[in-house]
Design a protein around this ligand. Sequence first.
Ligand code: SF4
Length: 948
Amino acid sequence: MDDFKRDGSNLSTCPPVEKWDDWVEYDPEAWPRRVARHYELVPTICFNCESACGLLAYVDKETGEVAKFEGNPKHPASRGRLCAKGPATINQIHDPDRILYPMKRSGARGSGHWARVSWDEVLEVFGTRIRNAFQEGRGEEVMYHVGRPGHDFIMDRTLQAWGIDGHNSHTNVCSSSARLGYLLWHYADRPSPDHANARFILLLSAHLESGHYFNPHAQRIIDGKMAGAKLAVMDPRLSNTASMADYWMPTYPGTEAAVLLALAMVILSENRFDAGFMKKWTNWEDLEMDGFKAKGQSFEAVIEAIKRHYARYTPQFAEKESGVNAEIIVKIAREIADAGSRFASHLWRGSASGNLGGWMSARALTLLHVLTGSVGTEGGHNLNAWNKFVPRPFTVPPPQKRWNELLYPLEWPLCTHEMSFLLPHFLKEGRGRVDAYFTRVFNPVWTYPDGFSWIEVLRDEKKIGLHAAMTPTWSETAWFADYVLPMGFSSERHDLMSQETHAGRWIGFRQPVLRVLQEKRGQKFDYTYQANPGEVWEEDEFWINLSWAIDPDGSMGIRQWFESPYRPGQKITVDEYYGWIFENSVPGLPETAKKEGLTPLQYMRKYGAFEVTTDVYRLNERPLSDADLAGSQVGPSGVVTKEGKPVGVMVEGKAVAGYGTPSRKLELFSKTMADWKWPEFALPEYYRSHIHRSGQDASLGSPSEDFNSKYTPVVDWPKDARGAVYTLLPIFRLPNLIHTRSGNAKVLYEISHKNPLWMNPDDAEKLGNVQTGDLLKVHTEIGFFVLHAWITEGLAPGVVACSHHLGRWRTNKDDQIERLSSAWVDLKEVGKGQWRMRQIEGVEPYASPDPDTNRVWWREAGVHQNLTFPVHPDPISGMHCWHQMVRVEKAGRDDRYGDIFVDTNLSQAVYQKWKALARPAPGPGGLRRPLWIPRVVRPEEAAFYTKG
Ligand code: SF4
């Protein structure tokens, strides 16, 4: 170990790779003595959010245990830096309450009685159950439902090897709304903003502190700012991100698209748009609006028509809707125009996920990029597909033949992802049943709206036959499972990951650190659970073995997909699965590894990540190859097709790739929307959300006055309802917490353990001089919750806010379930569908092998609000619209902190009301959904057609 030099010349942020085999640090606990400790550093990937940052596990050579996690400097996205949740992985792996062995319930569902079982028994039970379902033609009764994926492609492959349409995900409570807005423009359903090279950055929501790809993006937003970029933030809350901005636009929730279109209107009216880009790369020739048809018209005439159309979105109109000053809107529009092709932005959840019509925020935001020509540019808006790299494995099974309507029902043909939050409602309606249900790092009872409806179906064995919760931590949902299967944290499993974090493509390799180290020393393991704590397993090996258990002799055609590419007929190992990918599917990796005398697998085990390319701009301009062009045809609109499918487009006489849309251009006019019964939304527009201010103030007109549909989104309050009406923002993240997964990270809960109701001082005054700490009762459409007030000017009047990250609960006092983050509650069904929860005791110190649990000093676990939210499926995107219109009153004498009441009969009624807003399939040609729109684990094309 080098001694510290006073001039700092030998300091570095991360240990250099050449010292990873034997890194020496002084033991901080031995201070002031200098006691050197030797570590071996092994890279892996963080599992605490979707960003997939690179971790380095410091394994103490003396104890053989992981002592801490820090950043991997060789990871192209995170570059050696982490947020607080990355290093907190150490708390998760050493949590004394963690699940170490597979368990089977030994009492009624939800009773909390468990018995340890072997992995062999688990494989036998589920293998037999699933085999029977397949052999009896009930494949759609097998469902895998994922909360946090943490891997790329392996589950799609597994389910297609089984031949079923059984993939369910969390995305429709997360990001599917924004995804629709983006994909209608360019097929890619996510942006990849090049913040680092931007001149102007517009963020909708708090991306600097807690956003999607949080740490990698935050680094690059700051890079951009340090190089002179201006930052604007649109967020009703004065978040930490807004406090770092040059401009904060505190829009009233749900009005963001009005402001974005006003920005567009200024750029158009002042002729600051990039006409060359628009003429070349948009489908302006397809435009139809306000009685105007572009066919046969000049580009200039079309631009004039566009200007006329958007003239209604004046800055003054936007100010009236949103509360953002019109002069600021004009100023920002001009700065965006000045930035031109170096304008970057990001929107992921926030306005998109909160609001009816939230998908239009992404559509309107992308219009600004189209106007400024900042699509695909350095410093601009790039496409996720250009920056994310998912290599293919040795074989890919054919797409499944079936379509599962529990996942993609006819009512929401344009939803980008499975209608997963409606599963309880579908099961209650008798649309089907689930015979074998795998929930994976997924806690819908707690993270989804209407959690009591989930409990009602999870405890009903007629609706869900056999349920395995695959999870590294206890959860409110696992409590109702039949089997709880412990899966590894970041340093206990394999996964391959890539994300569109910046202008580059990379892969990251998560690996079971202790197994890797011991195998380096010559020890051999059949399975990762033999090297992990207890019998904690990893899913890759679980699925391989389960597939063999379903089809032991290979007669069902399943086993073949899980046989080694190197040893025919033998079960594939994880080394072989990833080794083959690294050898054959990652350009440049074999050559780079060879230079160091390593195999590609050894290289990935050593470095944990590989940068595939940084050549990622303007991929729409990529010329089609001779192979692409062979047998192709060019249609009248210039689209190049091959075997009936668009593969490119003619632009200025050259055949190029273009975008993935039907026109292969950026679709300003969406024929898809017009064809699928929503012609009023073929262009980017603004319409009012279900929580529009007119629900509070009738002088603002009807919530639906700008929208010619039959929406009736206003909450029907009972006549005797008390308190004042507000819009509740329930979805902002706390930077230190992440849903269920952080519940066993003591350092994170020591920092964040309260979720009071934010309220503006004016509202506090009107409600009767409410003070910070007073108890408030918040009524939703289906129940109420009680929590403390926090009076702050960081939120506009008329809006209240509460973070969703807190309020964990357990029903038994001494069950070793997340005790440092959960309250002990009395939970009762007091009438049919009527649920009451009361906290008996908050967080208390407790004895465990970790002496810190006796030092726990905080007492609050927060209050759970999601239980009291009904489902709000957006009729177009299918996204659950999270924001709530609520009534708030001072708590009464009988109300206590943490009280919750819900009537699931009411939640079923709200579901029916929203469902009636949808415009169901079939669409053109009898389709269930447009063929060109991506679908998770896509079935074969024939399955897209309804039979009628
Ligand atoms: S942003 Fe934080 S939690 Fe997310 S992967 Fe990176 S270090 Fe982990």
